[in-house]
Design a protein around this ligand. Structure first.
Ligand code: HEM
Length: 282
C-alpha cells in the first residue's frame, strides 16, 4: 500500500518517535499527546465534548475502512480472494462499531444540542472527506464534495485520484469478466468518475454466480461480502437519520440541506444495485 502524507489520512512514516525505539512509551507510540489534545470545545458546554469525540471516533474508524477497502481492492485485482475476504470482513465489523456510536450520541437531548449548535457554524458531517473517500473506494461517485477541498491541494488530489479510480465494485465486475462472464464493454471501459448505472450483463452474471455457487465460490463469497458492507452502510445511514430526527427534528442541517428530508433521500442510494436485484430474480 503506498503511504501518503495527506493530512488525516495516513502518516506512519512521519512518526516522530521511529528513531527512538528504546525510549518509546505507550503514549509516544500512539501519539496520544496530539490525539488527546484535539478535543477543543468552542462553547463551554459540557455536552460538546461528547459531540466532538463521537465524530472523531467515527473518523478514525472511517480511516481504517479506507485502508482495508483499498487493500482488498488491490488483492481482488491480483486474484487473491482469501486475503480480500478477511479485509472486507474487518470492514463490516468496523461498520458495526460506528453504528454502536449512535447509542452514545442518543444520550444528547435536543435541548442540550441547541445550547451549542450555533458554535458549529456551517460545519457538517456532509463535508467529511473520509466519508466521501469510503464512498469512492467502494465505487459510489458523487462530485459535490470535491470542490470544497480545492483550497487544500494534497487532499484535493487524494480525493480526485480516488474519484477517478475504479472502486471495489468495478473491480468485482472485472473479476466476473476474468471468470469468463460476458460483461458489456461499456461497463468494463467506463469512466470511473461517473455514477455507476445498473447493467443487465452484470445482473445476469451475478445471477449465474448465485445459481452455481459451488462452481463460482470465490465470486459468490465476494458478492456476499459486498452485500454485508452495503447492508451495514444502510444501517448506519438509517441510525444517523433517526438520531438526527430525535435531536433536531426537521430543522435544516448546518451543512445547508433540508436535514432529515435529505438523509431520508440518501437511504435510497445503492452501491451494488445488481446484488440486491439478484435476490428477487433467484
Ligand atoms: C447531533 C448529531 C448530528 C446531527 C444533528 C447531524 C446532522 C446532519 C445533517 C442534518 C446532515 C445533512 C447535511 C446538512 O445539511 O448538514 C448530516 C450529514 C452527515 N452527517 Fe451528520 N449529524 C450528527 C452526527 C453525525 C456523526 C456523529 C457523524 C459521524 C461521522 C455524522 C456524519 C455525517 C455524514 C457523513 C453526513 C453526510 C451524509 C450523506 O451525504 O450521505 N453526523 N448530518
Amino acid at each position: 500500500m503506498p503511504d501518503n502524507h495527506v493530512k488525516g489520512i495516513s502518516s506512519e512514516s512521519n512518526h516522530p518517535y521511529t528513531d527512538f525505539k528504546e525510549k518509546m512509551t505507550y503514549g509516544d507510540y500512539l501519539q496520544l499527546e496530539t490525539l488527546l489534545d484535539s478535543q477543543k470545545r468552542l462553547s463551554e458546554h459540557h455536552d460538546e465534548m461528547l459531540f466532538i469525540i463521537i465524530h472523531q471516533v467515527s473518523e478514525l474508524w472511517l480511516k481504517l475502512m479506507i485502508h482495508e477497502v483499498e487493500a482488498a481492492t488491490e488483492a481482488i485485482q491480483k486474484g487473491e480472494y482469501q486475503g480480500a475476504f478477511k479485509m472486507l470482513a474487518r470492514v463490516s465489523k468496523t461498520q458495526s462499531q460506528i453504528i454502536q456510536a449512535w447509542d452514545v450520541l442518543s444520550t444528547l437531548t435536543p435541548a442540550e444540542y441547541m445550547e451549542f449548535r450555533e458554535f458549529l457554524g456551517n460545519a457538517s458531517g456532509f463535508q467529511s472527506y473520509q466519508y466521501r473517500l469510503v464512498e469512492f473506494v467502494l465505487g459510489y461517485k458523487t462530485p459535490h464534495i470535491i470542490k470544497i477541498y480545492e483550497k487544500d491541494p494534497p487532499l484535493h488530489a487524494r480525493l480526485q485520484t480516488a474519484f477517478e479510480a475504479p472502486g471495489l465494485y468495478d473491480v468485482a465486475i472485472q473479476a466476473l469478466a476474468k471468470q469468463g462472464f460476458s460483461i458489456s464493454q461499456s461497463i468494463l471501459e467506463r469512466d470511473f468518475s461517473k455514477k455507476y448505472e445498473q447493467d443487465p450483463t452484470v445482473a445476469d452474471a451475478w445471477l449465474e454466480v448465485y445459481r452455481n455457487k459451488d462452481m463460482y465460490w470465490d465470486l459468490y463469497q465476494l458478492a456476499e461480502k459486498l452485500v454485508d458492507i452495503e447492508d451495514w452502510f444502510q444501517q448506519w445511514r438509517f441510525r444517523h437519520m433517526k438520531t438526527v430526527e430525535r435531536i433536531i427534528g426537521h430543522k435544516t442541517g448546518t451543512g445547508g440541506t433540508a436535514g432529515v428530508g435529505y438523509l431520508k433521500k440518501v437511504l435510497d442510494h445503492y452501491f451494488f444495485p445488481e446484488l440486491w436485484e439478484v435476490r428477487t430474480r433467484l
